[in-house]
Design a protein around this ligand. Structure first.
Ligand SMILES: Cc1ncc(COP(=O)(O)O)c(C=O)c1O
Length: 401
């Protein structure tokens, strides 16, 4: 594979001025100009031309009436078709509900399934949104230790169950571990949950960013009774760079369950609901041109993953396992390092590099001693970021040695 970046994802394609004005959530717009932010997982590239054109066309038409509560019918159809064609999942448009992003889908499902005091199992480590969604619904997150390689084992999970356990939250592929769960481990686990009346929420927002030979299996591609024991959350922030449009969906194998979810939400009252413009962009993402753009982005990311791993492996004492999926690297700091928070603060102050610390607030207790960096940028920006990381860790090692 060529190491030359394609021009669509080359250094010149990173619109720094626009990012410095618009990219928030710890990224360019929230950092001084000389800082490289490999922080929130959000690509540094403009969206696919087909998405931009679809937005232009819709805006030019000038009609912005209310959309249906569950999302535009065409949107729901486009999602269902995508899942049937790309993911071998038996999904009907009536099982799809448009939501304001994956984060909103996660929160909606937690509110729907949890009553105050109910317990939900979440991984440790895992993205903070799981604990946040459970707590916001009045539930209690119970953390289940997980790592990059140990198979998900129901016998182990059983130790964390109580009579109040209602929900198992899966992040597949996993942020920040970069792991794809195997079909057989998912089947065993979801069956175990089904037999105990525990629902499964599968956040699959990372499922398009998978590096062969790794393969992804969706909850919705399991046997019908397993697929119907939960819901998938998905969105367009990671694969298509549409985070600011706040659009995603919940997908359920059981259309009646989806109808109940929608009826119990604030979408029919119009308090909540997804901008029709955002749904138009999302539909274009799943068009043939949108998927062709995604394939190029995936090829670019694979090169950036390898670039990141090569650089990390050359840093003394650092441990990082190449992710099977996602565009984040989960980096174990060298033994004897200061806390991740201290290292991150020093990297920012002295090297002008921003990364996310493995703090309980972001990822859980087991994230201690790690930092997470996002490599969805150009080869040049990434090289500079990785050089700064190497320089910062070298300096820290000199000081502690
Ligand atoms: C696992 C996971 N779920 C949800 C989100 C948020 O996605 P969205 O921007 O669509 O809310 C993220 C963002 O990093 C994520 O990693």
């Amino acid at each position: 594979m060529s190491t030359q970046p394609t021009s669509r994802f080359g250094d010149e394609a990173v619109p720094l001025e626009l990012l410095r004005a618009r990219a928030h959530n710890q990224r360019w717009a929230e950092q001084p100009d000389d800082v490289i932010p490999l922080t929130a997982a959000d690509p540094d590239f403009p969206a696919a031309p087909v998405i931009r054109q679809a937005l232009i066309d819709y805006v030019s038409s000038g009609v912005f009436s209310y959309g249906p509560a569950g999302g535009l019918f065409e949107f729901r159809q486009a999602v269902a078709r995508h899942w049937r064609q790309q993911r071998s999942a038996d999904l009907d448009a009536s099982g799809v509900i448009a939501v304001n992003s994956a984060a909103a889908g996660l929160a909606l499902l937690c509110r729907h399934w949890l009553s105050p005091g109910d317990e939900a199992i979440i991984g440790d480590p895992v993205d903070f949104l799981f604990g946040h969604g459970v707590r916001a619904a009045g539930g209690v997150p119970v953390t289940w230790p997980i790592d990059r390689f140990t198979p998900l084992d129901p016998a182990d999970l059983e130790r964390y169950l109580t009579p109040r356990t209602r929900l198992l939250c899966l992040c597949n592929p996993h942020n920040p571990l970069g792991r794809c769960f195997r079909r057989d481990e998912l089947e065993t686990l979801v069956r175990f949950c089904l037999e105990r009346g525990i629902k499964v929420l599968s956040d699959e927002i990372w499922s398009e960013i998978v590096y062969p030979p790794a393969t992804f299996t969706s909850l919705l591609a399991l046997a019908p009774e397993l697929a119907a024991n939960g819901a998938v959350v998905h969105g367009f922030s990671k694969s298509f760079g549409l985070a600011g449009l706040r659009v995603g969906y919940v997908a359920m194998a059981d259309p009646e369950a989806a109808a109940r979810l929608l009826a119990g939400s604030e979408q029919p009252s119009t308090v909540d609901g997804v901008s029709t413009l955002s749904q138009v962009a999302a539909m274009a993402a799943y068009s043939p041109d949108g998927l062709a753009w995604l394939a190029e982005f995936q090829a670019h990311l694979r090169q950036r993953r390898d670039q990141t791993m090569e650089a990390l492996q050359a840093m003394p004492g650092v441990q990082a396992i190449p992710p099977e999926a996602t565009y984040v690297a989960w980096v174990r700091l060298p033994p004897g390092s200061a806390s991740a928070e201290t290292v991150v603060a020093q990297l920012l102050e002295r090297q002008r590099l921003a990364v996310v610390p493995g703090s309980p607030r972001w990822f859980g207790q087991r994230a201690a001693g790690h930092v997470r960096l996002c490599f969805a940028t150009s080869a040049g920006v990434l090289a500079e970021g990785l050089e700064r990381l190497a320089a910062g860790l070298e300096e820290a090692a000199r000081q502690s040695g």
